[in-house]
Design a protein around this ligand. Structure first.
Ligand code: SF4
Ligand code: SF4
Ligand code: SF4
Length: 230
């Protein structure tokens, strides 16, 4: 078949147009990939006021019941340190140990299946048990030692701020509600009107192991009597 010069040039022109459109599309796609995703308006966090905590463990028990945590493992612990001071003016320090919902979470980084993830809507570090193969990489990677293998599901588990059991129904985490002294405050770090942000602005607080770069979202208001153990 004979192809005229004009037809040939027309074909080359169409091809070049196609290539440049394809190139532009690719550039646009690459550009959009480089754009950071818009951040959610919600970033949940918790404050434990060690001055108000009396070490009653009501939070631990409430968590066990509401989230069906079997004996032998726990999502939250209250550690007691002390006594500090001289008798009869002695005091103890109580500190909450639970998932810190790190913004740069080592557990998420090492998970080979995507089962450990950060929920983009809430900032909660969660576990998708359907994807968890129980390899325990996340348990080894967590510098706060708050993850465990659930003895019944054989998958990784930890505090999720009651995301599945209560937040979905508009309720506070059960530990917050169960605390008799209001030592726990839960809320949105991005809401300047939240009780959580007001409390953090009003009182000095600290977070554990910040030097590791994990950007934890569990804040502690230090007890006046006890020494700080990071
Ligand atoms: S405290 Fe541990 S389990 Fe929780 S987000 Fe940080 S690394 Fe993950
Ligand atoms: S135990 Fe589950 S959540 Fe943890 S790293 Fe392995 S697959 Fe991921
Ligand atoms: S329920 Fe409140 S006072 Fe009791 S141990 Fe937990 S945080 Fe402390």
């Amino acid at each position: 078949m004979q192809v005229s010069k004009r037809q040939f040039l027309k074909g080359v022109g169409a091809l070049l147009t196609g290539v440049s459109v394809y190139g532009a599309t690719r550039t646009l796609q690459a550009d959009s990939l480089l754009q950071p995703e818009p951040e959610s308006e919600t970033k949940y966090a918790m404050v434990h006021d060690e001055n108000a905590c009396i070490g009653c463990n009501a939070c631990v028990q409430a968590c066990r019941e509401v989230n069906h945590i079997p004996e032998g493992v726990t999502r939250v612990k209250i550690e007691r340190k002390g006594p500090f001071g001289e008798y009869p003016n002695q005091s103890y320090r109580f500190s909450r140990v639970s998932c810190q919902h790190c913004e740069a979470a080592p557990c998420v980084r090492v998970c080979p299946t995507g089962a450990a993830y950060i929920d983009k809507e809430t900032g909660i570090v969660a576990v998708n048990s359907d994807r968890c193969v129980g390899c325990q990489y996340c348990i080894a990677a967590c510098p706060y030692q708050v993850r465990y293998i659930h003895p019944e599901t054989r998958t990784a588990d930890k505090c999720d701020f009651c995301q599945k059991s209560r937040l979905a129904q508009g309720l506070l985490p059960t530990c917050v509600e169960a605390c008799p002294t209001k030592a726990l405050t839960f809320g949105n770090l991005k809401d300047p009107e939240s009780d959580l942000v007001k409390l953090l602005k009003a009182k000095p607080s600290y977070r554990a192991k910040v030097d590791l770069g994990t950007r934890p979202k569990l804040f502690h208001i230090q007890t006046i009597d006890g020494e700080i153990m990071l």
